[in-house]
Design a protein around this ligand. Structure first.
Ligand SMILES: Cc1cc2nc3c(=O)[nH]c(=O)nc-3n(C[C@H](O)[C@H](O)[C@H](O)COP(=O)(O)OP(=O)(O)OC[C@H]3O[C@@H](n4cnc5c(N)ncnc54)[C@H](O)[C@@H]3O)c2cc1C
Length: 457
């Protein structure tokens, strides 16, 4: 007899969704969340740093009904997004993917969203222990499977199933999976956050009335060097916006020509830290007419600390789980966060739901097939897109943004990425073909970099 049916490591969207789904189906489920403090939450909670935007069809991917979201979770409903290159821009008014939600998307308060997911799990009967880190998980496979979780407070707990949802740092996940993999195929090699490491940084600033756009997300692509490196502005309530960025760690400034990148300066002796990049962005955009400190003040009571937040993020390609050992890896821990746009709450929520549901029903061996079916299209698109733009120079970003604008203009409804739309943009067909080829390479689940058959069980 184990202490619980399903033990879950990490209480972000993936972990809370797993706990909810498992408890809702009558299983004993417990979440261990190490807990981080935030200025905008009383007490410890999950590590909720996030620009917190959702696109329309992500609701379907996530299996969330918009009507269920509490009102104070949603910050702004959106009509579109704007992508700005060094010299080109495109305003996108649809995702081109079918969805029941009739806005382009919405921004939300991630800490409140996570707290709602936690409450939903607790209402269904799950336990959610905050302030308890999981140090390690031992797996015994002699007679079926049993897992012993070693907790930070010295306690141990046994579980029939374990869901690893410890997010992109994956410290527990990598240790557990390494024991089940051959030496030349270690999870700590393919998933290692040191190899695929990004830093995300954001500030909560109040914008002047005339500059605050509540309807649109904004991204600046090709302004700073590195793969998946770009700043953004996400509108929240009351003229407050999250001004943030993501960038790889460990870039050498000498590898880049400062004259090419709008947010680099020729006397930079290293890649600037996030706060310097953000200031440069605001200065570039508004510095001629506004004083950044006075006109875009940092607002109190938001974010992790002093209206800023920093978060290590590691997006890579996803992995399948060792389901025969009674283990499911979900969300950021399994590499579902997109290396193209860093979006990942939707896929984290959905993989968590599936892991919890299947564990509760004693059908966890179906998990890998289930998540490929549910989120495979989204992952394949994102992995292919990341390949296509991974090493884009500023000029290439401008070209891609121009092509996107011309493709968008080719039809005013329906799919954006289609061969006929590509034909109407100069260079469109070439870009479209690169994307289709990348997608083809990842058919039949090949976007997964560890397969179930890799595990030695
Ligand atoms: C700045 C930024 C902007 C983003 N913007 C968006 C966006 O706009 N839209 C979107 O959909 N996604 C966005 N993402 C991605 C999104 O945040 C992730 O995909 C999502 O958080 C993954 O959820 P998760 O539950 O798998 O992991 P996490 O949310 O990282 O949760 C993992 C949890 O596990 C806990 N934990 C870790 N180790 C242990 C341990 N040993 N014991 C106990 N607990 C542990 C952590 O404290 C954490 O709470 C963004 C990410 C960043 C950093």
């Amino acid at each position: 007899m184990t202490d619980v049916d399903v033990a879950i490591v990490g209480g972000g969207p993936a972990g809370s969704a797993a706990a909810y789904a498992a408890a809702d189906r009558g299983a004993d489920a417990v979440v261990y969340e190490k807990g981080v403090p935030r200025d905008d939450r009383d007490g410890l909670g999950p590590d909720s740093t996030d620009a917190a935007g959702f696109l329309d069809y992500w609701l379907d991917v996530a299996d969330i009904d918009f009507a269920e979201l509490p009102e104070d979770v949603v910050e702004q409903e959106l009509t579109g997004a704007e992508f700005v290159g060094p010299g080109e821009r495109v305003v996108v008014d649809r995702t081109g993917i079918e969805s029941d939600y009739d806005h382009f998307g919405f921004t939300f308060h991630r800490a409140r969203f996570d707290d709602w997911l936690r409450e939903r799990a607790e209402d269904a009967g799950a336990d959610y222990e905050t302030g308890t880190a999981v140090k390690d998980v031992e797996t015994e496979l002699t007679d079926g499977h049993e897992h012993t979780l070693h907790l930070g407070d010295g306690d141990t707990v046994t579980a029939r199933y374990v869901v690893l949802a410890d997010g992109p740092q994956r410290q527990v996940t990598m240790r557990v999976l390494d024991d089940l993999l051959p030496d030349d195929r270690q999870a700590s090699d393919v998933l290692n956050p040191r190899e695929a490491n990004h830093i995300a940084y954001q500030e909560y600033r109040r914008f002047p009335d005339e500059l605050f756009d509540p309807d649109s997300l904004k991204f600046w692509w090709g302004w700073m060097p590195g793969e998946t490196a770009y700043p953004w502005v996400f509108p929240n309530r009351d003229n407050v916006a999250r001004v943030g960025l993501t960038m790889p760690i460990g870039l050498d400034v000498d590898d880049f020509d400062a004259a090419e990148w709008r947010l680099l300066r020729k006397d930079d002796d290293r890649i600037p830290p996030g706060r310097v990049y953000i200031r440069r962005l605001l200065e570039e955009l508004y510095g001629d007419e506004y004083d950044v400190d006075e006109d875009f003040p940092l607002v109190e009571g938001h974010g992790k600390s002093k209206s800023t937040e920093t978060y290590a993020i590691s997006s890579t390609r996803p992995i399948e789980s060792p389901v025969q050992a009674g283990i499911a890896v979900a969300g950021g821990a399994m590499g579902t966060t997109s290396a193209f746009h860093e979006g990942g709450d939707h896929v984290a929520h959905r993989t968590g739901l599936l892991a919890g549901e299947l564990a509760a029903e004693g059908r966890l061996e179906e998990y890998n097939d289930a998540w490929h079916d549910a989120i495979g299209d989204e992952l394949r698109r994102n992995v292919a897109m990341a390949d296509v733009v991974g090493d884009h120079s500023p000029d290439q970003w401008d070209r891609t943004i121009r092509i996107a604008r011309e493709m968008l203009a080719a039809s005013d409804s329906g799919k954006i990425i289609s061969k006929s739309n590509a034909r109407s943009a100069a260079g469109g067909l070439k870009l479209y073909t690169r994307y289709r080829r990348a997608k083809f390479r990842y058919r039949k689940g090949r976007y997964a970099q560890l397969r179930e058959s890799d595990y030695e069980l």
